[in-house]
Design a protein. Structure first.
Lengths: 261, 356
């Protein structure tokens, strides 16, 4: 009896969380020209329209480029910061860690406005570089948290062994440390990409005029009408932001199994 | 020439001094053990030789050259850790080949050297496996192969047997010594285990609280301990307050339980004259017997207290007059029982003397 109630409750919670998403995905395949029920047939028509919509495709390209660049920069900075924080005793280590993690504790709107005001004060206008910088600040904590946790579990012994065998510190990093923390690095990069890819709050503040990412594009399309195209775009977003991390997790597990420890 | 020389080495961590002014010569091709309890500075010394720590003061020389400013990867040393420290993402063969990649060795030569090293540690068929597929003992052999394949100037072993279980440890002890003798590499071995040190070393450096207590061949440090610490750390000893009454060719100590004991002068190198002294009676040299001893052997009546039976040997705690003593005897039948009256036999030449 008790278990039955918990089961039903669980289904309701999941339904509450995922039904809207399921509706969007379902309706994106609707043949009807209104993005609502009842469905009149299954079609890929709206995906095709997306493909032919220049504004959407431009936004998509911008998002992918922005996401990839964010991931590359955040991961590189995150690895370097983690190495410094874990492997070297630097004064004020805890304070630095807190500062680096702070962007995910501060509300995004505050962060967005703050960065904008700061840039204004410096007399620098909005640009793609600013947008990129904002995304890096916002995704860096995730990379640092994941990579740092992994680095702590890699024994110093292994690196010392490599050094004793004649590898320089840089060679040791590339031959031993980096391969051992690769699963965390990949996870961090994926985090950075997906967070950047579906970020809207910060992006709305930071983007220069005329530049749209997929989320801001959807946002502006919504102001006109609820077109079925938006459903299709939503489905693409879901596949990217849910599918990529799942794929990444699978690859990481494979790597971890091969590498041991 | 010494392979490794430590000259007036001091190592401080903040206000804590881990190594007090230490000078040490490690001879070419010797197996030298740094022995002591944890926190005695033995590992700190090893890490300074390796280049993993910088000495606060003093000089380190390897083959006569000062290496203080030479980073670890340019020192050409073999390093073996307690926890093996194999590269988990590389196969055994890749692990062993690792150091050769940073040296001027061709691909074909690498394959040959890796094969020879795996043969030497008697694991010729595991090259394609990953470290985690091997047992602890096998992993440690691979770690050894990886360290010696680069033909290091000095082999540094940091408690390499401590992570293995007891039986395996004794096998590995013999194995390690065999390999070291075969390739003749100067070896510095760090351990807290006195039996490992006694069994394997050409030279033992006994350390305590950052200081070298004694340097000597195993039988020297065992038979002629230079300090109370050494006497107690290597085996069990009874250390008794005594009075040195004669200091010449023989050193005669007067002690409450055993009376006058003539200790050979060679066994009392640090005793400079008559006066207060300490008599060192090894537990293994104090024999329990039913009858009094023959002429020339000291004999004292005693009562057996606690009996700690260990199979081939027994550890007795006995009372002789005022003194509580311990004795470790080999036995072939039944041990003496608690409460039995016995005679303690002690040959004066088995005793050592320390300053009081």
């Amino acid at each position: 009896m008790g278990w039955q109630a918990i089961r039903i409750w669980t289904v309701l919670v999941y339904g509450f969380m995922f039904l809207p998403v399921a509706v969007v995905v379902l309706l994106s395949f609707n043949a009807n020209q209104f993005g609502s029920f009842p469905m009149t047939g299954v079609s890929l028509r709206w995906f095709e329209e997306l493909w032919n919509n220049d504004a959407v495709m431009r936004a998509f390209r911008t998002s992918v480029v922005l996401g990839l660049m964010t991931a590359a920069i955040s991961t590189t900075l995150g690895i370097l910061a983690s190495l410094a924080l874990v492997r070297y005793s630097i004064p004020g280590r805890n304070a630095i860690t807190t500062l680096l993690i702070a962007p995910i504790l501060v509300p995004e709107v505050v962060l967005a406005v703050a960065l904008l005001l700061f840039l204004n004060w410096l007399g620098i206008g909005k640009s793609f570089a600013l947008l990129l910088a904002g995304h890096v600040i916002f995704t860096l904590p995730f990379v640092i948290l994941v990579v740092q946790a992994r680095l702590v579990s890699i024994k110093r012994d292994v690196e010392e062994a490599a050094l004793s065998l004649g590898a320089s510190p840089v060679q040791t990093f590339f031959a031993v440390t980096l391969p051992l923390m690769l699963p965390a690095v990949a996870a961090g990069a994926l985090f950075a990409f997906t967070i950047s890819f579906d970020d809207i709050t910060g992006t709305l503040f930071w983007k220069p005029g005329g530049v749209e990412t997929v989320p801001t594009q959807i946002f502006s399309m919504l102001r006109n009408s609820i077109s079925p195209e938006i459903n299709a775009l939503g489905t693409v977003m879901i596949v990217m932001t849910v599918g990529l991390p799942l794929l990444g997790a699978a690859v990481a597990r494979k790597l971890a199994m091969k590498g041991g420890s | 020439m010494s392979a490794v020389t430590l000259k007036n080495i001091v190592k401080r961590f903040g206000t804590f001094t881990a190594v007090h002014r230490t000078t040490l010569e490690i001879p070419e091709a010797a197996f030298v053990t740094l022995l002591g309890p944890s926190g005695c500075g033995k590992t700190t010394n090893l890490r300074m030789i390796a280049g993993l720590l910088d000495p606060t003061e003093g000089e380190i020389l390897i083959n006569g050259k000062r290496v203080n400013d030479v980073p670890i990867h340019k020192r050409n040393l073999g390093l073996v850790f307690q926890n093996y420290a194999l590269f988990p993402h590389k196969t055994v063969a890749e692990n062993v080949a690792f150091g050769l990649k940073y040296r001027d060795v061709s691909k074909a030569q690498i394959a040959g050297k890796v094969r020879d090293a795996l043969d030497l540690v008697q694991l010729p068929h595991v090259g394609e496996r990953y470290p985690k597929e091997l047992s602890g003992g096998q992993q440690q052999r691979i770690a050894l192969a990886r360290a010696i394949v680069i033909e290091p100037d000095v082999l540094l072993l940091d408690e390499p047997l401590s992570a293995l279980d007891a039986n395996l440890r004794e096998d590995m002890r013999v194995e390690l010594k065999r390999i070291q003798e075969r390739i003749g590499v100067t070896t510095v071995f760090v351990t807290h285990d006195q039996s490992e040190a006694l069994a394997m070393s050409d030279l033992i450096v006994v350390m305590s609280e950052g200081r070298v207590e004694q340097v000597g061949r195993p039988e020297e440090v065992y038979n002629t301990p230079a300090s109370e610490f050494v006497a107690n750390f290597l085996g069990a000893s009874n250390i008794l307050a005594a009075e040195c009454v004669e200091h010449g060719k023989a050193v005669v100590l007067d002690e409450a339980t055993f009376g006058r004991v003539a200790v050979p002068a060679a066994r009392a190198p640090n005793l400079t004259g008559t006066g207060k002294a300490k008599l060192v009676v090894r537990a293994e040299k104090l024999l329990l017997a039913r009858d009094p001893a023959p002429e020339g052997v000291i004999s004292v009546p005693a009562i057996v207290g606690t009996v700690d039976y260990q199979g081939q040997a027994v550890r007795y705690f006995v009372r002789a007059g005022e003194a509580q003593l311990q004795a470790i005897n080999m036995i072939d039948e039944r041990p003496f029982a608690a409460g039995e009256a016995v005679h303690l036999h002690l040959r004066p030449q088995d005793c050592a003397a320390l300053p009081g």
